[in-house]
Design a protein around this ligand. Structure first.
Ligand code: SAM
Length: 271
């Protein structure tokens, strides 16, 4: 995934709605053993700040590979126990076993979740927690309509690769809750809290769903297109999205967004 293309302003257009699942995830994290806490893919840093506020005596690292996101995060003074780190999750490991690895709305950009979740659980200290939230809507119209259009003859040459293994338009990047339970259970004898929620966001505007996805899943698609192609793609997609997500008489478009949450705890060491 191209890390230069994250746009903090576009992402934060729906800041409240996008950040809420992360706070709900954090609310389910219990006591932690000694050790550092990490927010992987911290973006503009709001959850890392909340983690630092909740555990003021421990070092918290907000890690992201996007310089633009970290620049925005660092534009407000951080509490004394919070640091920012520019790094790619794919080759990151903590200097010592982590008390908490938290990741909100990020790991769906990374492939091979069986290996990824095992790797992250192995970085957690005894009694520590892995807390992850990811979108579970890759087979909903907001995603399938992009994929269909990307594979149409007009865009195929530039975009088909995104629908292939490793591409951001694949529909199997995020697996079922059952899959994650199976992967985490052997490492999480302290317990697994697994749930999913469909948020219904009331969007307004001419092309509200297009606006929403422009800050996330549509971003790598548009980056590959020239100015005219981009306009054509957006116009066609907006028409199809308007049929899939009709506007109510009061001007609101209710946009359903399912998200999967998991809080997996390693067993404490026997005393
Ligand atoms: C959708 S944003 C979520 C940001 C934040 N966690 C939140 O909930 O607001 C995804 C973030 O993950 C970061 N990211 C994606 N892939 C990454 C990787 N391989 N390594 C580090 N950061 C990554 C992006 O730069 C972006 O800031």
């Amino acid at each position: 995934m191209d890390n230069a293309a994250w746009n903090p302003a576009q992402y934060l257009k729906f800041g409240g709605e996008r950040l809420r699942p992360g706070y709900e995830l954090l609310a389910r994290v219990g006591d932690l053993p000694p050790g550092g806490a990490y927010d992987l893919g911290c973006g503009t840093g709001e959850h890392a700040r909340a983690i630092a506020a909740r555990w003021p005596d421990r070092r918290v690292t907000g890690l992201d590979h996007s310089a633009a996101m970290l620049e925005k995060a660092a534009s407000t003074p951080a509490p004394h126990n919070l640091v920012w780190q520019e790094h790619d999750i794919r080759d990151w490991s903590p200097p010592a076993a982590a008390a908490l690895i938290f990741s909100n709305a990020t790991l769906h950009w990374l492939p091979d979740h069986a290996a990824l979740m095992v790797r992250l659980m192995q970085m957690i200290a005894p009694g520590g927690t892995l807390a992850v939230q990811m979108p579970g809507n890759f087979r909903e119209p907001s995603h399938t309509l992009i994929r269909e259009l990307a594979l149409a003859p007009a865009y195929h040459t530039k975009l088909a690769a995104l629908a292939e293994p490793g591409g951001s338009l694949r529909d199997d990047l995020v697996q079922t809750p059952d899959f994650y339970y199976g992967v985490l259970a052997p490492f999480a004898s302290g317990g697994i809290d697994l749930w999913q929620t469909t948020y219904l966001t009331a969007l307004r505007g001419e092309r509200p769903v297009l606006e929403w996805i422009t800050g996330s899943i549509l971003r790598p698609v548009l980056d590959r297109l020239g100015v005219d192609e981009r306009k054509g793609f957006e116009d066609t997609l907006a028409e199809r999205l308007a049929i899939a997500y009709p506007r109510r008489a009061d001007g609101v478009t209710l946009f359903p967004f399912r998200r999967i949450f998991m809080v997996a705890k390693r067993q404490r060491e026997e005393t």
